[in-house]
Design a protein around this ligand. Structure first.
Ligand code: HEC
Length: 107
């Protein structure tokens, strides 16, 4: 008997593999979910351009502070860095990944 695999399954599998190759993580955050979280939790310090010279926050437009994998940034944001508070227990891992996706896409 011949095994028949529906074409759409194959398409989904191929898309999944491409997403994984391009982003390095098929479960990367969702920038649309991240936007309101950014304005609520991060905007005061990082502002629209991702810059706040007074606080010495990184300039996301220049890719400062973003030269790391999502998992590395997740760890930094959870534990905090310098003046930046840690978000462990405030935001879920998934929410932090959404915010990271927003920062990566918008600035
Ligand atoms: C109280 C102000 C403040 C808030 C709120 C804040 N940040 Fe920061 N953030 C900073 C400062 C200052 C730095 C630079 C820290 C350093 O290098 O000493 C920084 C650094 C970073 C970096 C670069 C980390 C690195 O490894 O260099 C990322 C990414 C980042 N913040 C994302 C976020 C996100 C996402 C949020 C919201 C969930 C957030 N920040 C909230 C002030 C803040």
């Amino acid at each position: 008997m011949k095994l028949i695999v529906p074409t759409q399954w194959i398409c989904i599998a191929i898309l999944y593999v491409i997403t994984f190759i391009v982003t390095g993580n098929a479960f990367a955050g969702n920038p649309f979910e991240g936007k309101p979280l950014y304005y609520k939790h991060c905007y005061d310090c990082h502002e629209d351009s991702g810059t706040n010279r007074m606080l010495n926050a990184p300039d996301f437009k220049k890719r400062e502070g973003l030269m790391a994998t999502d998992q590395q940034l997740l760890a930094v944001i959870k534990s905090g860095k310098g003046v930046m508070p840690g978000y462990q227990g405030i935001l879920k891992d998934k929410e932090i990944l959404d915010v990271i996706a927003y920062i990566r896409n918008i600035f």
